[in-house]
Design a protein around this ligand. Sequence first.
Ligand code: PMP
Length: 360
Amino acid sequence: MSENSGPKLRAELDGIPTYKPGKPAAAGGPVAYKLSSNENPYPPLPGVMEQVTAAAGSFNRYPDMACTGLMNELSDRFGVPLTHLATGTGSVGVAQSLIQATSGPGDEVMYAWRSFEAYPIITQISGATSVKVPLTAGEVHDLDAMAAAITDRTRLIFVCNPNNPTGTVVRRAELERFLDRVPSDVLVVLDEAYREFIRDTEVPDGIEIYRDRPNVCVLRTFSKAYGLAGLRVGFAVAHEPVAAALRKTAVPFGVSQLAQDAAVASLRAEDKLLGRVGSLVTERTRVLETLRGQGWTVPETQANFVWLRLGERTVDFAAACEKAGVVVRPFPGEGVRVTIGEDEANDLFLGAAEAFRKEL
Ligand code: PMP
């Protein structure tokens, strides 16, 4: 036995970063708003809280593993058969299951870059190889380059729409053209975590796209528009073989009863929740226009965040925002992603952005 012997861990893990959550607002510090994780700034609806409180009374029991109530509600709401649905521990949990179900060592998982930072992590964990296709200069998916990068080892392609962290979108015609070029044995995952924030009518609803395409899977979450980030519940819509594979690869009991009941209550309170989304979209327009008025180049965003490409100034900009009372998400050397939050948080951010701009 060697001196340093301990459990033998997979060597691949050495090269895999640990997922970095958005920085929290400083506890006890000056007013600080968290605009670093694309969360919903509104507190839970009272009716949703009631459901969670009621479910809490029986958390000595395992949850309903089949998520029956939630699955029925989703099936009605989206007009899809129960056999085409699968739930998971946040949509990131579902994304991980999708990789588990399709890809392993020697296989390739493709996505645009930069995009959601969990993609490389969950790909590498599976032993598959990441194929990152750079966004265009306009910060949008380069679907031609992605189609050209498909090999006979490609197993799964993520299309993040809108893309995190740029907020940019893929429109109907270009998506259809791309899907026509993808071999039918490659799974295309339309990650629509921010779907409810889209106002561009040219952006297709993935749930319409998937119906005629057995190799398309749509990912949705309750974490953003529905405000349940802390409860961890997401779902996929896909044809039966994919949905069944997801149910196999999911962590058993991965969606708590609290999460299931809160998700059902949220779907039933959708009018109110989507009204809040409308307010955030109005704020998004204000933030975008104000930034542009200050002289910043900001890509058109259809999500609940904006993206500023700052290159070497990224970390300084994030520090200036924090000093002003808002915590944003820096991607060092690249740019800063800022969630649309409370009006006063957005004001603080805009003030910091203006001051920073003047110093340039
Ligand atoms: N997809 C995208 C594009 C995201 O930005 C996020 C959250 N940052 C997720 C999936 C995962 O969200 P959750 O696991 O909370 O559903």
